[in-house]
Structure formats: C-alpha cells, structure tokens
Design a protein around this ligand. Structure first.
Ligand SMILES: NC(=O)c1ccc[n+]([C@@H]2O[C@H](COP(=O)([O-])OP(=O)(O)OC[C@H]3O[C@@H](n4cnc5c(N)ncnc54)[C@H](O)[C@@H]3O)[C@@H](O)[C@H]2O)c1
Ligand SMILES: O=c1ccn([C@@H]2O[C@H](COP(=O)(O)OP(=O)(O)O[C@H]3O[C@H](CO)[C@H](O)[C@H](O)[C@H]3O)[C@@H](O)[C@H]2O)c(=O)[nH]1
Length: 323
C-alpha cells in the first residue's frame, strides 16, 4: 500500500511515516516546511514541498503515484495564534483540507485519516471524555478541525470515502530510536518546555495557573507517546481496509497528570531542579482533559507501548539532549 502523508516533515507526521515504513507500506510526503523540517522526514521517501491546498500539485502527486490513502497531519496548530487570527486557521486548516478532499475525490483516492484533536470537545462535562461527548470547541483551532470532521460524512456519502478522524490528546515523547522528535519554534508544549529548563536553555518554567479546581491546582492532561500514536494510525488504516466503519476515535492513555506531576517526573528523569514561576492562566486552557480510550482499544486493537509518563519524558529528554 502507498500512502500520502501530509505534514510528514513535522513532529507527528514524521513518526507516523516511520511506523508506516516499518509496517511495510510505501510513503510519499507533502509538506510546505512552515513548521516542519526536511531532516525529520524519513530518508529515501519521495518528498514534495508545497501546500496541501494546491490542487495542481495534488493532481500531480495522485497522477505520479498510485496512492491508496492519505494521512493528513499538515495543519496550523497553535491555539493562542488561532485566537488572534481565526480566519488564517479556517483558511489553512478547513479551507486547504477541503481542496485536499476534493482532489482525492477527483483522483478516486478512497481512504483518509485526519489528525483531529481533543480541542474539539472544549470544556468537558465528564472525564474520561468519550467520543459521543458534545463537541463545542472554545477556540478557532478546535473549530477548524471540527468543521473538517463534519465534512467527512458527505465525502463518504457522495464519493465513497472511508475515513477516520483521530482525536489526539497531548502528544509527547520522541522516537525511542532517536530518528525524530519534537522541534517547534516557538515551542508551546509543556514537556519540551520543561526540558529546555533542564537543559539550561531557559531559567525557569512558566507554569500557567495554579488555581484550577484540581487536586494540586494545576491543569491535568492525558499524555500519549508519539510512537504509540503513530501505531494507532497504522491500525486505523488496517481497520478501514478490513471494512470497519468510518468514524471518530480518541487517542490518549486514559490517565491524567497535572502540570506539577509532569515537572516532578521531569526532575527525576533529568536530575535537574527545574525552577518554576507561577504565571496567570493561559486563555482557553480547560482544567482537565483525559481521554476515554475504550474505542481505540476495542475497535483498533490499540495497545500503548510507552504509556508510562517517565518513559515518555525520557525519550523526549534523549531527543532534546542529542548532539
Ligand atoms: N502535537 C499535539 O499535541 C497535537 C495534538 C492534537 C492534534 N494535533 C494535530 O496533529 C497534526 C500534526 O501536529 P504536529 O505537532 O506534528 O505539528 P507540526 O507543526 O510539527 O507538523 C505539521 C507539519 O505540517 C506542515 N504544514 C503545515 N501546514 C501545511 C500546509 N498547508 N501544507 C503543507 N504542509 C503544511 C508543517 O510544515 C509541518 O511539517 C496537526 O494537524 C495538529 O493539529 C497535534
Ligand atoms: O510552558 C508551558 C506550557 C504549557 N503549560 C501548561 O501545560 C498544560 C499542557 O499544555 P500544552 O501546551 O502542552 O498542551 P495543550 O493541552 O494546551 O494542547 C495540546 O493538546 C490539546 C488537546 O488536549 C490540543 O490538541 C492542542 O493542539 C495540543 O497542543 C496546560 O495546562 C498549559 O497551561 C505550562 O504551564 N507551561
């Protein structure tokens, strides 16, 4: 099987490209390198530099390669930036994805896996959050993804698209073999920022809010190792190939850790004191986001290999302290 991986030079796309290659699939990458890095894309794989909304380029790719399905990671994904410039997010995410789906329909490409997000749920009524929880995103980034999810059943009905929208919780860690890892600039995610302090790149971690209604006052999140997430994509493609119905699926470990618990674990892993500075809450941060992963387990047969938070942080630490 041959898959087009959009955003394959980014953090999650590059890990999934590695997992697909390991599973014996062929991969073609399309990435505009706005936030990704050519060096993160696996070597020896056809690479197209361009936009996922470029209909001409998509036509060329689908014409040159016999593509069986598309895994669509390419997106803008900074919540704060989306609050400042919502239109840019709707254009880049929803608009360009519409062009991609249309090009797929025209070329007869029938399988699609979307990188969706826990941000579609907004402030949850219950945790762990099941897939049938109402979706009411509190920021344009989440809405830009929810709108894509809402389009998919129409492409299924009219063009026979088989699809899965995987709603990731907090993706973290790095390839245990050291071939890829998280490399964002600016970096907004907690674990790499904590490790930048341990590395001496920053003096302290800015901790955004310690007055939430949680046991230690800091936000709780569900951290999932990027290689476990990548494995779930391979399983999702296998499920679609086996005729399983299209739909949405959470990807998380089903266990929450507070910001302070993450810092404490990172202190143990790095043997660095990691000083903190308590700052105001970051706008749009829900207090608690934890996945129900029953569907991923039951319907994809997904089992995480690196669910332990120390292991997640260790792999990220190895990646960040490479060279
Ligand atoms: N990192 C997380 O915790 C997380 C959580 C939930 C969902 N997601 C989603 O997962 C996907 C991948 O996230 P990531 O953390 O790997 O981000 P990333 O920024 O590392 O990767 C995105 C890649 O897509 C490329 N890209 C962006 N817009 C493009 C476009 N219009 N055309 C072609 N290429 C484009 C970038 O250059 C980059 O290589 C995104 O869709 C994101 O919304 C990420
Ligand atoms: O320097 C930092 C960075 C983060 N945090 C805190 O750490 C927690 C986790 O923050 P991240 O930025 O690492 O992750 P988010 O939960 O904000 O967001 C991530 O997960 C979401 C779903 O859970 C979305 O998918 C989103 O795209 C993805 O970036 C939050 O409470 C945040 O306020 C800090 O205190 N200091």
């Amino acid at each position: 099987m041959k898959y087009l991986v959009t955003g394959g030079a980014g953090y999650i796309g590059s890990h999934t490209a590695l997992a697909l290659l390991a599973a014996g699939a062929e991969v073609v990458i399309l990435d505009n390198l706005t936030t990704g890095h050519r060096a993160l894309a696996p070597k020896g794989v056809p690479f197209y530099q361009g936009d996922v909304g470029d209909a001409g380029l998509l036509q060329e790719i689908f014409h040159t390669h016999s593509i069986d399905g598309v895994l669509h990671f390419a997106a803008k994904s900074l919540v704060g930036e989306s609050m400042q410039d919502p239109g840019r997010y709707f254009l880049a995410n929803t608009g360009q994805t519409t062009a991609l789906l249309q090009a797929m329909a025209e070329a007869g490409v029938k399988r699609f896996v979307l990188s969706s997000t826990a941000a579609v749920y907004g402030e949850p009524d219950q945790v762990p959050i099941p897939e049938d929880h109402p979706v009411r995103p509190t920021n344009p980034y989440g809405l830009s993804k929810q709108l894509i999810e809402a389009m998919l059943p129409w492409f299924a009905r009219v063009h026979g698209l088989k699809w899965m929208a995987l709603r990731y919780f907090n993706v973290a860690g790095a390839d245990p073999e050291g071939r890829s890892g998280e490399q964002h600039d600016p970096e907004t995610h907690l674990i790499p920022n904590v490790l930048k302090v341990a590395q001496g790149e920053r003096e302290f971690l800015s901790l955004f809010g310690d007055d939430y209604a949680t046991p230690d006052g800091t936000c709780i999140r569900d951290y999932i190792h990027v290689s476990d997430l990548a494995d779930a994509h391979v399983l999702a493609l296998q499920a679609l190939a086996a005729g399983r119905p299209s739909g949405v699926c959470n990807l998380g470990n089903g266990q929450g850790f507070s910001v302070l618990q993450v810092v404490e674990t990172a202190r143990r892993v790095t043997s660095h004191p990691i000083p903190l500075r308590i700052e105001p809450r970051r706008p749009g941060d829900p207090a608690v986001l934890v996945a129900s992963n029953a569907r991923a387990m039951a319907e994809l047969g997904w089992r995480p290999r690196y669910a332990d938070l120390s292991v997640i942080i260790e792999t990220a630490w190895r990646w960040q302290s490479r060279k």
